[in-house]
Design a protein around this ligand. Structure first.
Ligand code: GLC
Ligand code: CA
Length: 514
């Protein structure tokens, strides 16, 4: 297995909101390059960049118009190559975003596929036979092209689904099977795009909607088959490069499809949700919450089977957040956020820090949707660097900014938190360094539950000679535990170590080293 992933902590950058270096109001690639030392100093040694390809931006760049061209607003191919070289100079790795399931409807393949006369791209997308043929079980766009037929979309209406065929062919007139030459021509086109970037030296891809390739494939059998063939290409030609899936199903993604790692996404009632995002109205049942009254067993019931089956093959990725969901402060206060960071940085798997989460940037609920963001827009606002104009994000005038900066009085900034004991930033940074300095806390080291009870706090787990105690509840808790002179490696809040017990105060974390 690619060795570098073992010790990696990622930083996710939504490029349009990170740093604007030419005062046009939008973040750019030179802005990422300018902040590499900042990211490295935080302890992150790898970056996932959201899409930077040419796009009409109806879904923030997940609607790709040209997979091999940098969107001019982010810079040039030269800027990209410079960024990559500067990263490698610092021993940092770069993952790009791969969008395999759909393109923009402005992509030249789709422009060709829409034409009435048959051509090389007629089967690159999924079209019904004729326009009157529109089975309601599929999301079809009707009456928009000269070609007689309706086309299927994968996400928004502007994102036609690429044709990887159907596992169960129900309408043979227009559905190709997953092993048809037409479906595999799409796979070849995908591999060609991947090789284009891998040949430039990138270190892998975060794969968007990785489960969405083959249609009518509930068990994801044919979809896994495609990814295995992609993985084989990687192993043969790019053995150090990795694939990380947006899937949240370690059995199907890591074990069956060959992904090196899979994101633990926030899905309703899954383990991630029970830990951090389980809130409806005022009722927050997350394990990490203010006045916490969650149930760690709900997390474990989901996490442990996935972890157990996948741990010898790859990693589950805990993330502080991403560009698709509300940031943590929407659910919890900074105290609890710090505990959640302590948890994520002491669990197995590959951790991801979403830009701005190191200072607990807010989730904005007051913004009009931008580029297809809708409720996600509030998590995509400009990075807050300092106390200067636009919090240091851009020199442009306010009305030119991609999204407004958070100008509320206590808006957190890097400048305000760096060097401040107990800040969210310093807490996270310390934890990342502890993780990196101790192989027993690395991404693939042992993990064992020490104490986890239905509806109770704390949660206690072992990583090699380390034991972590995390208690987000308000109450002091005592557990039977023989610390036997173990050293305190890190703590938040309070604790008492007795002869055969450890008492952990409310809203506290303790990391012991034996
Ligand atoms: C993924 C991306 C999301 C995008 C969607 C469609 O879920 O994370 O931002 O809108 O795919 O590509
Ligand atoms: Ca710019």
């Amino acid at each position: 297995m690619t060795d570098w992933l073992r010790n990696s902590v990622f930083y996710q950058i939504y490029p349009q909101s990170f740093l604007d270096t030419n005062a046009d109001g939008i973040g750019d690639l030179p802005g990422v390059t300018a902040k590499l030392d900042y990211i490295k100093d935080l302890g992150c040694n790898a970056i996932w960049l959201n899409p930077i390809y040419d796009s009409p931006f109806l879904d923030a760049g997940y609607d790709v118009r040209d997979y091999k061209k940098i969107a001019p607003r982010y810079g040039t191919m030269g800027d990209f190559e410079h960024l990559l070289a500067e990263m490698h100079k610092r021993d940092m790795k770069l993952l790009m975003d791969l969008v395999p399931g759909h393109t923009s409807d402005t992509h030249e393949w789709f422009q060709a596929a829409k034409k009435a006369e048959r051509n090389e791209f007629s089967d690159r997308y999924i079209f019904t036979e004729c326009v009157w043929d529109a089975p309601s079980e599929y999301r079809l766009m009707c009456g928009l092209c000269e070609r007689d037929g309706n086309y299927m979309v994968n996400y928004f209406s502007s994102q036609p689904a690429l044709n990887y065929g159907f596992y169960h062919v129900k309408y043979p007139e227009w559905q190709k099977s997953a092993d048809s030459p037409e479906a595999w021509a799409t796979v070849e086109a995908l591999k060609d795009i991947m090789r284009f970037w891998l040949n430039k030296g990138i270190d892998g891809f975060r794969v968007d909607m990785a489960d969405s390739l083959v249609k009518n494939d509930d068990e994801k059998i044919a979809t896994a088959n495609i990814w295995r063939s992609v993985r084989q290409m990687m192993d043969e030609c790019y053995p150090d490069a990795v694939l990380i899936s947006e899937w949240s199903d370690p059995l199907r993604s890591i074990v069956n499809s060959g992904f090196h790692a899979d994101f633990y996404l926030d899905h309703q009632n899954n383990g991630y949700n029970y830990l951090f995002r389980c809130k409806s109205g005022d009722d927050n049942r997350s394990f990490f919450a203010d006045n916490a009254h969650g149930d760690i067993e709900e997390f474990l019931a989901d996490y442990i089977p996935g972890y157990t089956c996948s741990k010898d093959h790859g990693y589950i990725c805990f993330m502080t957040n991403n560009h698709d969901m509300p940031r943590a402060p929407f659910y919890m206060s900074d105290d609890i956020i710090k505990l959640s960071h302590a948890f994520m940085m002491t669990m197995p798997g590959v951790p991801f820090v979403y830009y701005g989460d190191e200072i607990a940037m807010r989730y904005r609920t007051d913004l009009v949707s931008k580029e297809g963001g809708y409720s996600r827009t509030g998590s995509r606002t400009p990075m807050q660097w300092n106390f200067e104009k636009n919090h240091g994000f851009s020199d442009a005038d306010e009305e030119m900014l991609y999204l407004p900066v958070d100008n509320c009085e206590n808006a957190p900034t890097v400048e305000g938190q760096k060097g401040q004991d107990g800040s969210v930033y310093e807490n996270l940074r310390s934890l990342i360094y502890i993780r990196k300095e101790n192989p027993e806390l690395s991404n693939d080291s042992e993990f064992e539950i020490v104490y986890a009870r239905h509806n109770e706090y704390p949660f206690v787990y072992r990583r090699g000679s380390f034991t972590a105690f995390v208690n987000p509840s308000n109450d002091t808790k005592e557990v039977d535990y023989a610390a036997n002179g173990a050293l305190v490696q890190y703590s938040i809040g309070g604790y008492d170590i007795g002869e055969n017990t450890v008492t952990i105060h409310g809203r506290s974390f303790l990391l012991l080293k034996h």
